[in-house]
Design a protein around this ligand. Sequence first.
Ligand code: IPD
Length: 311
Amino acid sequence: SAEQLDEIYAFAVQLGKDAGKMLMDAAALRISSAPGQGQQVYEDKDNAVDIVTKTDTDVEAFIHNSISKKYPDHKFIGEETYSAGSSKDYLITPDHPTWCVDPLDGTVNYTHLFPMFCVSIAFIVSGKPVIGVIYAPFLNQLFTSCKGKGAWLNETQSLPLVKAVPIPANAPKGCVFSCEWGKDRRDPDSEKGKEGNLGRKVESFVNMAVEIGGRGGKGGMVHGVRSLGSATLDLAYIAVGAFDIWWEGGCWEWDVAAGIALLEEAGGLVTTANPPSDPATAEITDVRLGSRLYLAIRPAGPSATETGRQG
Ligand code: IPD
């Protein structure tokens, strides 16, 4: 019911705040440590770029326990629970209300103290993310949404903040787009650098940037190309309207579920897509979760260039 969803929303927001505080307390401890003492300890998961810290596991345990206590019948899917092997169930099925959590999205950023990291909590009903809570404590930015109640920054500012004319009407004029490289290095050729998995992604992305940006001329096609290191925050900044387009091939449900809830409430669009090695033939379908390939497009509004950035 609507009342139940309201209660779950309030619970999820508080959970996000508490979990974000745990992330920040652990980061602050490192910042204030004596030189050389504050090193973040991490372990490799599948490979040297897929890493986990004690903070990831502690924060996930905190979130999982809190949810199990309050909503024992709900299903829980978490990145670290999955990675640790205690549950290999990552499928979002329509039959159970499900929480889908990344305790620390942007783990590499976190270990390097680059501020683009966050906790990401989604609540999913009938296979669709209906609540999204994303908290980036180093940035002091809390993104929240619940179906039918809008998308919010720090609980007071309605998203999108940056308004622009709909894509594709002005696409890709003056846009900022972002993409993540993912962390899958299974390609046997990855040692070969450019020809390996990451190399191919970088190459296709750069080609796309050059292809679109190269058509610049007067009026400018691409204002900027970004890669934040947090798929969740990419989606949040698409919801803000700061980014126009984002894509990644290789993310999991917990990387995108809360961001999808937020972006849809802000009026943006998420689909699955082929990696745009050939943008002309990229397939776009309406499949949401359960795909590794995602493309997101910002909400529409009055033109940013015509009206300036408005709140
Ligand atoms: C990763 C980050 C990264 C993206 C990967 C994600 P993690 O999540 O969002 O930007 O490229 O696909 O798995 O490991 O930091 O939680």
